[in-house]
Design a protein around this ligand. Sequence first.
Ligand code: ZN
Length: 197
Amino acid sequence: MKVVQAGDPVLRATARQLSRDEIADAKVQQLIELMRETMRDAPGVGLAAPQVGVGLSIAVIEDRPEYQRNLHPARKAAMQREPVPFHVIINPTITAIGDEKAEFFEGCLSLKGFSALTRRHLKVKVEALNEKGEAVSIKAEGWYARILQHEIDHLQGTMYVDRMETRSFMNDDNYLRHWAGVSVENVRELLELNERS
Ligand code: ZN
């Protein structure tokens, strides 16, 4: 499937919830399969149905070990990034656990070629249905918690650009050229981003 880009109204609408009967329907099952393929093709670590032009409250998530192979171990540790097996969340609700936040560069398949510093809750809890219509409860921390927040935002019509540090918005070439090896603390200093309370 084609990943729709920023400006498509579907990315700004609230996705509709599904009944258990709808989830069992072959059309929805096929949509989930296509979303998995589209996410892997991109490749990305998450994809929400609105990103393929479908206004339904479904997201797929998968952070494969091979995506993390080229990350510097210290960076991977700082990101708290660990492999996450493929799974589906339907009609999710999310709540933050505690007040801790984490800030890293974040991108989106619907804003291809850009990224920006984005602050997210460090720990979250998600209640959702899976692809079989069964209730699931997820507690997540670190990068996985970030992926969940990003994808569930999509289901509410929100994108990371609504939450980013606007001065840190940049394209991938310049990220790699100037910022990839710089700590978030130093990026903040170099971009003259004020300390937050
Ligand atoms: Zn996205």
